[in-house]
Design a binder for this molecule. Sequence first.
Ligand SMILES: Nc1ncnc2c1ncn2[C@@H]1O[C@H](COP(=O)(O)OP(=O)(O)OP(=O)(O)O)[C@@H](O)[C@H]1O
Ligand SMILES: N[C@@H](CCO)C(=O)O
Length: 320
Amino acid sequence: MAVYTQVSDAQLAAFLGQYDIGRLVSCKGIAEGVENSNFLLQTEQGMFILTLYEKRVAAHDLPFFIGLMDHLAHKGFVCPLPVRMKNGDALGELSGRPAAIVTFLEGMGVKEPSADHCRMAGETLARLHLAGEEFAIRRKNALDPSGWRPLAQNAGARADAVEPGLAALIADEMAFHDAHWPTDLPTGVIHADFFKDNVFFLNDALSGVIDFYFACNDMFAYDLAITVNAWCFDGALRFESDKAKAMIEGYQSVRMLGDAEKLAFGTLCRGAALRFLLTRLNDWLDVPTGALVMPHDPKEFSERLRFFRDNSIDRLMGLV
Ligand SMILES: Nc1ncnc2c1ncn2[C@@H]1O[C@H](COP(=O)(O)OP(=O)(O)OP(=O)(O)O)[C@@H](O)[C@H]1O
Ligand SMILES: N[C@@H](CCO)C(=O)O
């Protein structure tokens, strides 16, 4: 359960006093998620999500995240809408953390997506990329290859206690990406964490997207590579090429990939696997004391990484 910061009744009452969302009926910590502390609020006016931003969210990035959700929602993209306080601000402070309330989205993530779910996810990711055009604020990706290095160093030799040989695998991959990471592909606003738990479905139709707290400006194709990593492996970590093909077709039904994006796609998938391996590994090794959180297993991404390192995926994904 991800609740890193506890909130007393008195603190919550004072915080909610700044909003016009009716009297509080209940407030429950949310079990899912690993990044921030999330609470489901029920008020006289309905359901809302209260988020207290934790370690990976820098306060100076919050106007980007809040502004992006506002921008996308106004473009007709279904995502949470930040709720403004009586004074017009969407960001406040609670229990010593930056905090915000956003609207509640109906639906839930699918644990075992079909190829159809993957197609819809691909389409929606491309719509997000187009809807993000004209968003004025910019944010560098804090988890691009330069951001991976401190994570790799912090884990260091401790990685081998999680999985023998992992420290060498990470060092080799860092060297590979130093030489091969593309720099000239089309960029724009990307979600950067388009995982199955962040994409909601209702009655088998995609109903909305949450969790924009890794969003940034980076390569569109990298976002698709992250999404293929997250959606297109089965429970035994076998790559499911039918799902990847459907996802890429769905994406290209809205935004075509260029030749350079297709050529670099294998490297981007390999880098995406390394990025999630590194954050998971650091979270696994350094769980804050007292936190109610179940860290994700890093080994799920070392397996994906080896798959993308050892296989040429162009044909498997219908890219050639
Ligand atoms: N706007 C929303 N509407 C409905 N449910 C939401 C909303 N925002 C968050 N949730 C619920 O809270 C959970 C955690 O939210 P979120 O994914 O933003 O947290 P996180 O700590 O950033 O997690 P992650 O590990 O995915 O980065 C979601 O899985 C979902 O169940
Ligand atoms: N989606 C991420 C967690 C949020 O950073 C993961 O599964 O590792």
